[in-house]
Design a protein around this ligand. Sequence first.
Ligand SMILES: [Cu+2]
Length: 213
Amino acid sequence: MRSLLVALTLGLAPALVSAAADCGGNPKVYDVTVGEGGLTFKPDKVTAEVGSFVRFTFFPQNHTLTQASFDSPCSPLEGGINSGFIPTKAGDNPKKTFVVEVMDDKPMFFYCAQDAHCQSGMAMAINPSDQNTLDDFVSAAANVENTTPANGITDSAEIKCADRSTPSGSSSSASASNSSSVETQGANAASFVDVSRFAFAAAFAAFVVRAFA
Ligand SMILES: [Cu+2]
C-alpha cells in the first residue's frame, strides 16, 4: 500500500506544480533563445505549422527580433514583425519573451538589429525553403554594410490554447493548463504534464486492480 501512495504522490505532485504549462501541443509552441551564450538564435531554423507559435526568449545584453525579406538581410521588412530592442539582465526572471504566430507556411527570416549582430550571423528562419535557405541569408548578411535601425516595433503575438477535449476524470488539471499565461515556461513543461498524468493514470489503474483482485 505504501508503494501505491508513493506512486499517487509522484503522479499528482508534478501535475499541480506545472499546471500553468503550455497548450499541451495544441497549438504547438516552439521555443527559441535569443543571445544565449553568444550572437545566436537557438535553434536558428524552426519548422512550424500554420497556427503554431514561436516564442523567443531573450538573453543579455540587448537584442532584437526583426523580420527581413530573404533578399534584404539586416534591413527591416516593410510591415514585418519587429520586437525592437529588448534589454535584459542576467538575473531576469521570468525572462522577456516575444511571440510570433505562424500565419502561413511561407519562409520568414529574422535578424538582430543590434550593431553588427546581423552581419555576424545572428539570424534565424521559420520554415526556410530549399530555395530560400538560412545559409544563403546569413552569407548575404555578412556583406551588408549597415544594419538599418529597426523602426516600426510590433506587438508580440499572444499564445492562445485551443480547447482540449479531455478524457473524463482529468478535467480539473486540464482546464488549469488551458488557462495558463503566456509567460516563459520550461520548454518541456507541457510534455511533463502529460507524463505525470500518465503516471497518475497508471497508479490509479494499479489501485483498482489491487482493490478488486
Ligand atoms: Cu543581437
